[in-house]
Ligand binder design. Sequence first.
Ligand code: MSP
Length: 541
Amino acid sequence: MQPFFITTPIYYVNDLPSIGHSYTTFACDTIARFQRLHGRDVLFSTGTDENSQKNIEAMEKSGETDIASYLAKMASSWKQTWLDLHITFDDFIRTTEDRHLKAVERFWNASKESGDIYLGTYEGSYCVGCERYVTETEAESGVCPFHPNRPLSKISESNYFFRLSSYRDELLKYYEDHPDFIQPESRKNEIIRYVSDHLDDISVSRSADKLSCGIPVPGDETQRIYVWFDALINYMTVAGFGTDDERVKKYWPNTTHVVGKDIIKFHCALWPAMILSASKSDPLLKELRERGHVLPKKVFAHGFFTIDGVKISKSLGNAIDPRKLEPVYGIDAIRYFVFREITFGEDGDFSMNRLQERYVSDLSNTLGNLVHRTVSMSRKYFDGKVPDVKPNEAGNLLFGEKTFSISQGIDSLEKQVYSNLDEQLRIDTALSLVFSDEYIGTFNLIRANGYIEETKPFKLIKENPEETGRVLYALLESLRHYAWLLLPIMPSVAKKMIENLGQDFDLELKKGIKTLQLWGGLQPGAVLPEPEILFARLPEE
Ligand code: MSP
């Protein structure tokens, strides 16, 4: 199976992680866990974007004076936050690391050799908030449309330019030949319009005496590399560009970038153009290009969310630190909430009320209760054990309209959840498949709860203990399947579910997903322990 590389954007360290940054990181963590569970060799990276003027301004505001120690302190807080949130990243890159300087130099030199970097004069406006040159049309009213309160820097200086405009046709052709490159579909049209109409050459360096940060331009100490040009290369640095060619060959061919919609142009236009340029001269990139693997496989841009209807902003101080929510809800409930509540790819709102509502109704009352009821009834009626019945007979029971058997319903649920998580990265759809009643023919949580109402095991036990055993076995075995389905999104909850079924999580995991997916993995007659509560009651307000 081809190795899999997934990346978050590298975050600026002018602030600490908010729930917005966590959203992207949770998404990548979910996909990385999903791919690992399916046997893939995964490289999952995140990190910090450190060569930015924003960071310097933030340091000055904080009263510190030593940039290196400020950057190190902030980078370590970001890393610690991801560790506290149980993010399973394999690499944490800082763009001030030596390995990155090597990669950037090699990349710059290759692009220069390809004839795509030339000296010119830049005159215009720059927005430090965006770390971007703002066009005249955009700055019509004298301010940046995204940062109206920040004065624009007027610049007139000699800079290096990147011949972005000469990649228009190649980019458009790549989008056409690779319809899955930009996702979701709505973003693709935005990029195609931008590349067709506005793809001008861009300045990729600044004069060193105007800028106190940035990687020096190779061979020209008077200039520093534009922060985005360096930042995008981080992905290649992680793959091993500049330090380990074999590693690049292994991981780069199947790369997925997950980003917010704010930075999609950089990832879908500038970045591929940069790679195409460097691949004309760099032997390793040339080889990858010849094999059709030089450009990333996918860029998925998700939407932005507001908090209780208000844009997240530093000045309003309304950014939520996800670590503060953790003691009350647990990390998994936060992960569940953001992906169940907000369509992945569209804008949405993070509302504390909705979080509480979903915690109680979906998690505690639907999932938590189903597990508790099913395990408790089995323990009570079957001597503390999984009913000793034939798994296939239990799986053949019919549900709902009685057109599908339970094991068929589980199988169809699994197939749909997997296909949503694998190619399309639709974590929201995967969750709604498990938690909503709109899907016919799948035996999901809602159906399972309905099935208890339909069969009433608490009455049936008096009339037909054997049938009750089959009903409860089918429900317990379904819970086992839900646990593995939910694992990438809610890893701790999934583990507890497996333990509530009396199984050893680590031993089970070793069997591999193909085996875990077979109907009947739960041993008839196995001991069922006292079930542990999955979702604790919320404290009274
Ligand atoms: N350093 C650049 C990225 C360079 S990648 C080569 C940057 N950093 S950032 O710290 O500003 O992070 C931006 C990213 O954080 C967004 O693209 C998005 O992934 C995430 N989000 C920040 N706030 C968010 C919301 N309110 N909602 C959703 N995602 C948000 O840009």
